[in-house]
Design a protein around this ligand. Structure first.
Ligand code: C5P
Length: 313
C-alpha cells in the first residue's frame, strides 16, 4: 500500500525509475500493490498523471482514489488522498475474497532424504525441494496454514503462514508426517523419499579396504501409502510421480494403491522437467482424466496444482 502516492512517485512507478527505496521495493514486489494518490487537483487532472495512473492499472496495480464530496462541510475534490478508514475497508474486502484457502490446513513434504551410511556419508538424491517450497508459498498466499516437512535443502521460507519442520531421513519424515496428517485438510507429498536405507549405519567412518564393500539396505516406510490408509473422506491426498517408462500406467497404478485423490506426473523424458530445474512440465491424473500442462516455472506449476486441489475441497 503506497499512501500517500505523489505525482512524482506515480510517475517513477509507471516508468521504472528506481532511484529510491520505495520504487526499488515496488519494482521487485510480487504481492498485490495498492496506490492512494495524493496531490493538488490540477496536478491530479494533468494528462501526465492520468496517463501514469492508467499505466499502473495496466500493470495490475489497484488505485484507491477519493471521489468529489463534502468533508466537514468543505467541498473536497479528487486528488486528495482517500480517507484511511476507506482504504483499510477496501484492503480488507480485497484480501478476504482473495484468500480462498483461509482456514484450511495443508501439509507438504519436500526435498530429498539422506540415509546415513556412517557419520560422514549418506544415500541421497537430486531433489532440490523447489517444487515443494513453491507449493507451500502458493497455499500460504491463498491463506492456508502450511506445515512444510522438508528434507535437507538449501532453501529458506519467510512466510508467517508456513511452519517448517526439518528432517533428515525417511524415518524422521515418516514420523513427522504421521503426527501432522490427522490435523490437516490436505497433504501434498512432493518429497523424493528414499525407498531403501542402510540396515545399519556405522558408528565411525568406514575405512578403505582391499575387499569389496557390501551395503545391505532395508525398505523404508512408504509415507504416502501409510497416510492413504488412514485418510478420512474429507481429507485430500496428493502424490507425485517421476517415471522413466510407462509413465501414465505406473502413475495411475500409484494413484489407486496409495489412495491419492490425484497424482502429479513429471516425466524425466521432458527437457527442463523434474529434479534441480527451475521449470517443470506436469500432467495431473485423477480417477477420470489426464490433463497435460506446458513447461512452466515451478511457481506457475504450483498455481496449477493448487487450483486443482481447491476444486477437490
Ligand atoms: O512409489 P513412488 O516412490 O514412485 O511414489 C511417489 C510418491 O510417493 C510421491 O508422492 C512421494 O512423495 C511418495 N513417497 C512417500 N514415501 C516413500 C516413497 C514415496 O511418501 N517412502
Amino acid at each position: 500500500m503506497i499512501a500517500p502516492a505523489t505525482a512524482s512517485t506515480i510517475g517513477k512507478m509507471a516508468n521504472g525509475i528506481a532511484d529510491n527505496m520505495l520504487i526499488t521495493t515496488y519494482l521487485s514486489m510480487k504481492a498485490p500493490v495498492f496506490i492512494a494518490p495524493a496531490m493538488d487537483l490540477d496536478m491530479y487532472r494533468h494528462p501526465s498523471t492520468q496517463h501514469n495512473l492508467e499505466v499502473l492499472k495496466s500493470y495490475g496495480n489497484h488505485i484507491i482514489e477519493a471521489a468529489d464530496g463534502f468533508l466537514a462541510s468543505h467541498l473536497v475534490g479528487k486528488g486528495r488522498m482517500q480517507e484511511p478508514e476507506v482504504i483499510i475497508e477496501q484492503l480488507e474486502k480485497f484480501f478476504s475474497s482473495s484468500l480462498p484457502m483461509k482456514g484450511k490446513k495443508v501439509m507438504i513434504t519436500a526435498g530429498p532424504t539422506y540415509e546415513k551410511i556412517d557419520p560422514v556419508r549418506f544415500i541421497g538424491n537430486y531433489s532440490s525441494g523447489k517444487m515443494g517450497f513453491a507449493l507451500a508459498e502458493e497455499c500460504a498466499n491463498r491463506g492456508a496454514e502450511v506445515t512444510l516437512i522438508s528434507g535437507p535443502v538449501s532453501l529458506s521460507v519467510n512466510n508467517p503462514l508456513i511452519k517448517r519442520v526439518d528432517v533428515e531421513c525417511a524415518d524422521e519424515m515418516y514420523r513427522a508426517a504421521k503426527e501432522e496428517f490427522s490435523n490437516c485438510d490436505a497433504a501434498i507429498l512432493c518429497a523424493a523419499v528414499a525407498d531403501f536405507t542402510p540396515e545399519e549405519s556405522a558408528p565411525t567412518k568406514i575405512k578403505r579396504g582391499k575387499d569389496d564393500m557390501v551395503l545391505r539396505l532395508k525398505p523404508t516406510q512408504d509415507i504416502a501409502a501409510a497416510l492413504g490408509k488412514e485418510k478420512r473422506d474429507n481429507q485430500i491426498l496428493v502424490g507425485f510421480a517421476l517415471e522413466t517408462n510407462n509413465e501414465q500406467k505406473n502413475a495411475r497404478e500409484k494413484l489407486e494403491r496409495k489412495r491419492f485423490n490425484f497424482i502429479v506426473l513429471n516425466s524425466l523424458n521432458d527437457k527442463g522437467a523434474g529434479f534441480r530445474h527451475d521449470t517443470n512440465k506436469i500432467s495431473i491424473i485423477d480417477k477420470e482424466s489426464v490433463t497435460e500442462y506446458p513447461l512452466k516455472s515451478k511457481d506457475e506449476v504450483a498455481k496449477d496444482i493448487i487450483d486443482k486441489l481447491n476444486k477437490e475441497f
